[in-house]
Design a protein around this ligand. Structure first.
Ligand code: SF4
Length: 235
C-alpha cells in the first residue's frame, strides 16, 4: 500500500536512496573558486559554469589576480554565460573586496560572506556548507520547488520561509546532505517541466497540483494588476 504520510526524515531517506552520491556539481579547487562559481551560476546551469571556469581559474586563480584582471578580458572568458558582463564586473569587485577586507581569503561567517558584493543568502549558505562543512541549507529554485511539491513547505512560502521550515524539520547533521539531495531530486527527477512522476516514490504525498494552481492564480493576479495599472495610465 502506498504511504500517504511521511515524515521529512523519511522523505529525505528515500531521496538519498535514489541519489546516494548527491554533491556540489560546480567544479572548484578551493573556497575562492567555489564562491566565484556560485556567483556565476545565478540564472544559469552548473554545467554552463563548468565550461567557462577552467579558463577563468587557469588565468586568474585567486582573489589577488582576479581583482586586477582587465574587465574586457574577463568578459571575453565568460561570454558563453548569460549576463556575462554583469557577472564579470561582480567577480572582479568580489575579488577586490576579498583582497581589501579579508587578505584574499574567503570568510566563513554568514555576516562576512553577505557583506561581499554579489553574495546573497543562497551563495553564503552554499559556501558555508560546501567549502567549510558548516551545517547550512541553501534554497535555490530546485530546493524551493521540490520542498513545496513534497509538502515540506507551503506554496505561498518565501525562500526564507522555506529555509526556516527545512531547518526546523530536518536534523541539523543532515542539512548539508539534504541540500544536495533536494537539488539532485529537482534537477534529475522532479524537474520543473515534465517531472518523471512514474519513477517517483512520492505520488501519494505529492502537492504538485496544489502548487501549480497557486502559481497560476498568482500569475493571473499579477496580470490583472498590470492590466488595471495600464488602464489607469491610459485614462
Ligand atoms: S510525483 Fe512528480 S511532481 Fe510529485 S514529487 Fe514526484 S516527480 Fe515531483
Amino acid at each position: 500500500m502506498e504511504q500517504t504520510r511521511m515524515t521529512p526524515g523519511e522523505i529525505l531517506d528515500k531521496i538519498e536512496e535514489i541519489f546516494p552520491d548527491a554533491q556540489c556539481e560546480l567544479h572548484h579547487d578551493n573556497a575562492f573558486q567555489l564562491l566565484v562559481a556560485v556567483v556565476l551560476s545565478a540564472q544559469t546551469t552548473d554545467a554552463s559554469v563548468n565550461r567557462v571556469t577552467p579558463a577563468l581559474f587557469a588565468r586568474w586563480p585567486d582573489a589577488k589576480s582576479l581583482a586586477q584582471a582587465p574587465l574586457e578580458e574577463v568578459e571575453e572568458t565568460l561570454k558563453r554565460l548569460g549576463l556575462y558582463r554583469t557577472k564579470a564586473k561582480n567577480i572582479i569587485a568580489l575579488s577586490a573586496a576579498l583582497e581589501e577586507q579579508f587578505d584574499g581569503q574567503v570568510p566563513s561567517t554568514f555576516k562576512e560572506l553577505q557583506s561581499l558584493p554579489g553574495v546573497g543568502r543562497k551563495t553564503a549558505n552554499v559556501v558555508r556548507s560546501v567549502a567549510f562543512d558548516i551545517p547550512s541549507l541553501a534554497v535555490d529554485t530546485h530546493v524551493d520547488r521540490v520542498s513545496k511539491r513534497l509538502g515540506l513547505a507551503k506554496p505561498s512560502d518565501s525562500v526564507e520561509k522555506v529555509e526556516e521550515k527545512l531547518r526546523r524539520k530536518l536534523d541539523r547533521d543532515r542539512w548539508n546532505r539534504a541540500h544536495h539531495e533536494l537539488i539532485f531530486f529537482g534537477r534529475y527527477l522532479c524537474t520543473a517541466r515534465n517531472p518523471k512522476c512514474e519513477e517517483c516514490p512520492f505520488p501519494a504525498i505529492c502537492k504538485r497540483k496544489k502548487l501549480d494552481e497557486y502559481n497560476r492564480a498568482q500569475k493571473e493576479k499579477g496580470a490583472a494588476a498590470a492590466g488595471r495599472k495600464a488602464a489607469e495610465q491610459a485614462s
